[in-house]
Design a protein around this ligand. Structure first.
Ligand code: SPQ
Length: 436
């Protein structure tokens, strides 16, 4: 599959992007281990969260749906999972593999986790190392890559873990393993990262202690089923925030977006660049803050992105680089080396694509320096490669709004991992996009 996006256009109307991927994964994990029936609405029916769902079905959990975002999970309790009898394939999903590694290390059976080509290149030592300290035995392929072979022992030791990098997946992995350890497991993070795991543990009735940059849980305990309303994914909404900012005469409202403060770096960064964003009707839904976001066109300016905002916007950098290319002046991103180990090397791949479109984008070890084209500037046209990375494909789709001709993006199947219906919703919003 490829996208062909004709240049020009503006965005308008009200749209709701699909459910939050991070929250959808966690709703299945906690719902499966809880006692009782968990009802989820707004579930992301994308390949990544569906893979998490299939994994638990393979371990004997009855899950109904998804149907229009509704999922019903019949929890089996902390000790109710069954050995799957085959390797568990999580496809492209780093979140599934890293969180499941922690959760499965606490089981009494052996299990193998595999993934697709892209996931098989991603680093897993970051989770196997703390798990080994907890007494888990996890084998990896060479260089700490997938597949992971997890030898269940059922008995883990609680640890105090200081994470070497700001990663919500590592933090969540250790906390999930900590549910199966005797005593207090604590994780300290070098910078705040998304806290959906902590919020959901609390919603399911497991006490969570938060002290500055350290979060602790104590095992053993039980999870009690609850209802979860998944808000629209701010990482998916981000494409339209940038699109409406860079395309002239745009005025769009993104409905029911999750605005958890550990995820709103994109809003802060765009506002520093001069974007016209308004948060309307703020409310709280099932322990997560939600708002409608109105975005109107604005002349963006280049900035040095504050490093403390980087982990709070980590998945939004592909599209932020597009915003920087349309801004007036220079944008500098530093402290973002984690971008190199996502579904693709998001620094190199974005720099290559932007250069193909005539932008002066210079990759650095931990970020990028981009010379913006300014108010009257136009990106070039032609073919760019997504390297099978959903966020790269969607970011370059938005670039066409300010290009001199059509942009063609190769290998776009992967967009279904996080944003099913992307083409149709983008067309409705005003993008001249087709797939072939
Ligand atoms: O699940 P996956 O493939 O790792 O997805 C990505 C994405 O762009 O959708 C990253 F490539 O999101 C991660 C995110 O980057 C989802 C996530 C989570 O749900 O806990 C945390 C972040 O990863 P990390 O490594 O910073 O913890």
């Amino acid at each position: 599959m490829k996208f062909i996006v004709n240049n020009g256009g503006s965005l308008s109307g009200n749209i709701r992007v699909p459910g939050d991927k991070s929250i959808s994964h966690r709703s299945i994990m906690f719902g499966a281990l809880a006692e009782g029936v968990t009802r989820v609405t707004g579930f992301l029916e994308g390949e990544d969260s569906l893979n998490t769902m299939r994994v638990f079905q393979a371990m004997g959990v009855e899950i109904e749906g998804p149907e229009d975002g509704r999922v019903v999970i019949h929890g089996v309790g902390m000790r109710g999972l069954q050995a799957p009898g085959r390797a568990l394939d999580v496809g492209n999903s780093g979140t599934s593999m890293r969180l499941l590694a922690g959760l499965l290390a606490g089981q009494e059976f052996d299990v193998e986790l595999t993934g697709d080509n892209s996931l098989s290149k991603r680093p897993m030592k970051r989770v196997t190392e703390p798990l080994a300290r907890m007494g888990a035995k996890v084998d990896t392929a060479e260089g700490g890559r997938p597949p992971l072979r997890i030898h269940g022992s059922g008995a883990l030791q609680a640890i105090q873990y200081a994470m070497p990098m700001a990663s919500a997946q590592v933090k969540s992995c250790v906390l999930l393993a900590g549910m199966y350890a005797q005593g207090k497991t604590c994780v300290t993070e070098p910078a705040p990262t998304r806290d959906h795991t902590e919020r959901m543990l609390t919603a399911f009735g497991w006490p969570v202690e938060k002290n500055g940059d350290t979060v602790c849980i104590e095992g053993p305990a039980k999870l009690r089923a609850c209802d979860i309303d998944v808000p629209a994914d701010i990482s998916s909404a981000a494409f339209f925030m940038v699109a409406a900012s860079i395309a002239p005469d745009s005025d769009i409202t993104l409905e029911h977006v999750g605005v958890n403060p550990t995820r709103t770096g994109i809003i802060d960064i765009l506002q520093l660049m001069g974007a016209n964003l308004e948060l309307l009707n703020p409310r709280e839904v099932g322990g997560e803050p939600v708002a409608d976001i109105r975005v109107r066109s604005a002349q963006l300016k280049g900035i040095h992105v504050p490093e403390e905002l980087v982990p709070l916007a980590i998945d939004e950098f592909p599209v932020l680089f597009v915003a920087a290319a349309c801004a007036e002046g220079e944008t500098v991103v530093t402290g973002a080396e984690e971008l190199r180990v996502k579904e693709s090397d998001r620094i190199q791949v974005m720099a290559d694509g932007l250069q193909t479109l005539g932008v002066d984008a210079r990759p650095t070890a931990d970020g990028m320096v981009i010379q913006g084209l300014g108010a009257n500037g136009c990106l070039g046209s032609g073919g760019v490669l997504s390297h099978d990375d959903h966020r790269i494909a969607m970011a370059f789709s938005m670039a066409a709004l300010r290009a001199s001709g059509a942009i063609e993006i190769d290998d776009t199947d992967n967009v279904n991992t996080s944003f099913p219906g992307f083409v149709e919703l983008s067309q409705r919003a005003g993008l001249a996009i087709a797939q072939a």
